[in-house]
Design a protein. Structure first.
Length: 575
């Protein structure tokens, strides 16, 4: 039945499918092979970031075919389209990384434009790399049409030397080679073992973290965050996603802005804390909130992180991978345990029509190894800590999961860019006890807020991971480990205190107290501030120029527009 409950409904797609003056529009639809029945049905966009940019995105189009089948089964007409993605891995440690965070906005903008321009009634969105996951959720929230999100899944972790192995080990091995502690032949074998299937990084890096955020916020289907990319069950998940978006359309909700509430945002932060998730989540969760018109800043994130225990033993701070979590019951196990302790609001809605609490009530108990019970947490507070102080008045982030020492005080060694720092690190031109400062890499100053996995992995591979601290107004990969502080706000380009640090100044990082301070007298700070002038930047054009001119501070999510965009409904045809 083409109509199947939609006859007389004020659907957005009616704008382009009904009336004499829409004859040319329907002609184009017929040119795509649609018949009367298909044109009469609701139009559902099915978007992926399919492409050969990285193994993360390969295979998404095949998965989306199952979502299209589900849409058709549910009475809709699927409309496939794709958008860009930037591989953080391949753009890492060079100028290309400036494009990564910018791509989050471009992806969200492009999905918005396609859905608005073609008046689609709903959306199924696939993402599988660091920025395209939050970008899809941002677009869904901005559009507020019935929507379902699916993570494309992670690669399978491999083994090397009889131990579990992933791409983070390859990054860190580079530092060991540079220090002469590992030979090139072994590094080549590691390189070949690091990514054995398509899929995103398998640890609790940014992709897996944001996939779990999608589940706990109600955007995604249960189990979809942790099922591997090559798992057969992804066929059924895709089909169910297509059916689910049609069910949401029939019952009138919940739409994304009904899912994005202060309570669900707090749930997302609790999930990040409990799993030792990526620091990038504290950039992306406020950005998703912004799309719903909710002010949710680094301070709000910090409050939840500080009150939520770490219970999942996941890489990079721990031992296990997303698939290991899947094998013991998935995200639902973590959520159910956090609900027990009052760390998660159970009454938030999900795309299934059930509340979060209802959805996880039958989940298994923690296995005690991959996921611990609240009675035996790995740490009493979350794996990510927000720091504030004279060096970061608006906040900074450090991932403490797996760290042995949480306090570090030492002399600053200041670098004006990532390249400058990497050159010195390769030559081991730093010493135990130093605080390596990399500035001018913030959202505006980069522009693009590059990840610092290159330098942090080299430092760790050189055996100095917890012997020095690294502080930057840039950001980190979810795979970063060590005493690394990022997202320092305000950034150097905005005249933040990080712009005033000089080599030799004492800097104190205290993740126990949540402080980050430049230990110079206030009058000296005032003198430097009065003398400061913005760093001259190379001429920009194109996307980077537009981004630099519009982007806002990291503690607000590095967003580029005013938030809560509206889609006027008065154009929808009355039947």
């Amino acid at each position: 039945m083409a109509e199947d409950g939609f006859k007389g409904r004020a659907l957005r797609s009616r704008i382009v499918t009904e009336g004499v003056d829409r004859t040319p529009h329907r002609a184009f639809m017929r040119g795509m092979g649609l018949d009367d029945e298909e044109i009469a049905r609701p139009f559902i966009g099915v978007v992926t970031t399919e492409g050969e940019m990285s193994p993360c995105n390969m295979g998404l189009a095949a998965q989306a075919e199952h979502a299209c089948a589900g849409v058709q089964e549910g009475g809709g007409t699927p409309r496939r389209f794709t958008t860009i993605s930037i591989s953080d891995a391949i753009s890492m440690n060079h100028q290309g990384m400036k494009c990564s965070l910018v791509s989050r906005e471009v992806i969200a903008d492009s999905v918005e434009l396609v859905v608005r321009g073609h008046c689609y009634d709903g959306l199924v969105a696939y993402g599988a790399c660091d920025k395209n996951l939050p970008a899809m959720m941002m677009a869904m929230t901005r559009l507020d049409v019935p929507s379902v999100f699916l993570h494309g899944g992670a690669t399978l972790a491999s083994e090397f030397g009889g131990k579990p192995f992933s791409v983070i080990n390859a990054y860190e091995a580079v530092g060991a080679v540079q220090k002469g502690e590992l030979d090139r032949a072994t590094l080549t074998r590691m390189e070949k073992a690091a990514m054995t299937t398509i899929g995103a990084c398998p640890g609790q890096f940014t992709a897996s973290t944001m996939a779990m955020v999608a589940e706990v916020m109600g955007f995604a289907l249960p189990g979809s965050a942790t099922a591997p990319a090559v798992a057969a069950e992804r066929k059924a998940m895709g089909r169910r996603a297509g059916i689910t978006v049609m069910e949401i359309l029939r019952r009138g909700g919940p739409t994304p802005r009904q899912l994005v509430t202060r309570e669900s945002l707090e749930n997302a932060c609790a999930l990040v804390a409990a799993t030792g998730g990526s620091t990038n989540a504290a950039l992306h969760i406020p950005a998703i909130a912004h799309e719903a018109g909710i002010r949710f800043t680094l301070d709000d994130v910090a409050e939840v992180l500080q009150r939520t225990p770490l219970i999942a033993d996941m890489q990079p701070g721990g031992r296990f991978f997303a698939k290991d979590v899947h094998d013991v019951g998935g995200v639902a196990v973590v959520v159910k345990e956090l609900i027990k302790g009052g760390h998660i609001h159970p009454d938030t809605p999900t795309v299934t029509g059930l509340t979060l609490g209802e959805l996880v009530k039958d989940a298994p108990e923690p296995d005690g190894t991959v996921i611990r019970p609240l009675t035996n947490p790995i740490s009493p507070t979350g794996g990510v800590v927000v720091l504030k102080g004279s060096l970061a008045p608006d906040g900074a982030l450090i991932k403490v999961a797996g760290l042995k020492a949480l306090v570090h005080e030492g002399p600053a060694r200041v670098f004006e860019s990532e390249e400058e720092a990497v050159k010195a690190i390769r030559a081991s031109e730093y010493a135990a006890g130093d605080v390596v400062i990399i500035r001018n890499e913030g959202p505006k100053g980069g522009p693009g807020m590059r990840e610092m996995l290159g330098p942090t992995a080299m430092i760790y591979g050189q055996g100095m991971g917890e012997k020095v601290a690294l502080v930057t107004d840039g950001r980190f990969s979810g795979a970063t480990r060590g005493l690394c502080v990022g997202y320092v706000s305000p950034e150097a380009a905005a005249g933040g205190p990080v712009a005033l640090v000089q080599t030799g100044d004492l800097v104190r990082v205290d993740a126990e107290k949540g402080t980050l301070d430049l230990l110079i007298p206030p009058e000296e700070m005032d003198r430097r501030r009065a003398a400061w002038t913005p760093r001259k930047q190379a001429r920009l054009a194109g996307a980077l120029q537009k981004y630099a001119e519009s982007v806002r501070s990291a503690h607000l999510g590095a967003v580029t527009h005013d938030g809560a965009a509206e889609w006027p409904m008065d154009e929808i045809a009355d039947d």
